[in-house]
Design a protein around this ligand. Structure first.
Ligand code: ADQ
Length: 484
């Protein structure tokens, strides 16, 4: 048996993982691996889609492994363990220098812009990439002694694309899955990255590789074919290094029922009441995002300006509230974005404000999820217009939060993964401010009957494609090598 030492570190006999087939254990444990592991008390407060979705996946008996959020002198390869509500949280600290290069550097200044089709923002350098490899190796080394033979390892997102390579090099034969929360890019774009082949090989060291949309999976398979000379079959299976890899599409969702109830309760919360009083009978257009250039916020502000310009009947009758949680502020392009938004918000308010009406409210400090749920319910329009987005859970939360008898309208970018599923939204091109403005106008004057019909169809989808469904489907693929 493993023992918890007084310092909270799990002590266990050193052993080599053995092939899954050799074990007699019947229920495999799921090990979720993500860059950042929220502490159990932090779970609900975290802004960010991955943490929100995986909070539902961390069920009793499972383990959540990753970075503690602490920066230390050295990157550790021995995990600290805490157990809460039956979930084991195993975390390591990362050295300040590694953090800068692995996280702010390669992950967020190279991979994030590239995977969101923004090659102009990509900053690549070798030392950052080496640090990325080093941290991925440290993750693998720290996880190794915690592994049981039958454990299913489920790695998440772009910060950990080479971790499976390291686990295999350490002799791990467990089944490994990887899910990419952000888009994957076609070969012509990935070719910009000098280390592209190593990343695709990293994912190909897994048994199952999951994507948000069919388009993302196709892009990945095209890259694997070119860079690794693989030959995928019609199910997305191919052989690499003598092992079978299965590329699957498993779109992420939310806990719809829970969110519906939360929004219903939040409608009468103090925050929702304050918002209501400040609005009077004006319509509310709402945006909720991390402050990130992939979310299309400058373009969204412009579109709202175009609405007021081209449809003057809405002046004084509508307010746009943009909640934009500050994010990755140590990365230069995020600082530039913030200044840009300050300027555009000032321009719009300077042009259209009256002495008793300010059209655009823009805030960057954190807002509690409960308050946000109430705000969604009050909003006549959920304005979700990323330039590129893996899925976008805000779109799904907005749908779940609506009053079914008198719902608002979702205006959704065609470049969000969610647009593949949520086809009854008003689908727009976020680069076209006039098109987005026209969609907002259409939403503001849409008859109740049409709003209800569109919302009924959207809600049915959000209730079906939940976070739980996402986890169960992915794990089913991971568990069963024959599943198509
Ligand atoms: P994100 O880019 O973080 O996630 P998203 O899917 O919209 O984007 O999730 C954001 C989550 O954080 C939502 O649950 C939202 O309510 C919450 N949130 C956003 N802004 C907030 C704020 N100001 N205050 C409090 N909470 C806030 C990444 C990918 C997405 C993908 C998810 C999940 O970029 O494409 O959908 O992972 O896979």
């Amino acid at each position: 048996m493993n023992q918890l030492a007084s310092n909270g570190v799990l002590e266990r006999p050193v052993k080599k993982p053995v092939p899954a087939a050799a074990s007699r254990q019947t229920t495999a444990r799921t090990i979720i691996v993500s860059n950042r592991v929220p502490s159990p008390t932090e779970k609900a407060a975290t802004a960010g889609g991955l943490a929100v979705a995986l909070a539902d996946a961390a069920t009793p008996g499972s383990m959540w492994f990753g970075w503690s959020g602490k920066r230390a002198h050295d990157t550790s390869t021995k995990a600290n363990i805490t157990v809460a509500d039956g979930v084991t949280y195993a975390t390591i600290d990362i050295a300040e220098r590694d953090y800068q290069q692995f996280y702010n550097g390669f992950s967020n200044a190279a991979l994030w812009p590239l995977f969101h089709y923004r090659t102009g923002l990509l900053r690549f350098n070798r030392p950052d990439y080496e640090a990325y490899r080093t941290v991925n190796r440290a993750f693998a080394e720290a996880l190794l002694p915690l592994l049981e033979p039958d454990d299913l390892i489920w790695i998440h997102d772009y910060q950990l694309m080479t971790m499976a390579t390291e686990l295999r090099a350490l002799g791990v034969t467990n089944r490994i899955g990887f899910f990419l929360h952000i888009p994957f890019v076609p070969p012509a774009l990935l070719a910009v990255l000098p280390t592209a082949a190593e990343l695709v090989a990293g994912l190909s060291a897994c048994d199952v590789v999951g994507f948000q949309t069919v388009g993302d999976r196709t892009a990945f398979l095209d890259n694997a074919e070119i860079l690794l000379k693989t030959r995928p079959d019609k199910h997305g299976r191919y052989t690499y290094n003598g092992r079978s890899v299965h590329a699957v599409v498993t779109p992420i969702g939310i806990d719809a029922k829970k969110f519906e109830q939360q929004a219903l309760r939040a409608e009468h919360s103090a925050d929702a009441q304050r918002l209501e009083e400040s609005l009077g009978d004006r319509a509310l257009v709402l945006g909720v995002d991390r402050l990130d250039y992939s979310k299309g916020l400058p373009q969204r502000f412009d579109a709202f300006g175009r609405l007021l310009y081209a449809f003057p009947q809405h002046r004084r009758c509508v307010n746009f509230l943009q909640i934009a949680a500050r994010s990755r502020q140590e990365v230069g392009s995020y600082q530039t974005l913030r200044r840009e938004l300050d300027r555009r918000a000032g321009d719009i308010n300077g042009e259209f404000s009256d002495f008793d009406w300010v059209p655009l409210r823009y805030m960057t400090h954190p807002v509690k999820r409960n308050a946000i749920a109430g705000f969604y319910r009050r909003a006549n329009i959920g304005l979700v217009t990323p330039l590129r987005d893996g899925m976008n859970l805000v779109a799904k939360e907005y749908v779940a939060a609506q009053d079914q008898v008198n719902p608002g309208v979702l205006v959704l970018s065609r470049f969000a993964g969610a647009a593949d599923e949520l086809t009854e939204a008003l689908i727009v091109n976020p680069f076209d401010a006039d098109e987005v403005a026209a969609a907002m106008h259409e939403a503001l004057v849409m008859p109740l009957e049409e709003r209800v019909a569109r919302h009924d169809a959207l809600l049915a989808k959000v209730r079906t494609s939940t976070a739980q469904h996402f986890c169960e489907t992915f794990i089913a693929y991971l568990r069963d090598p024959t599943r198509n």
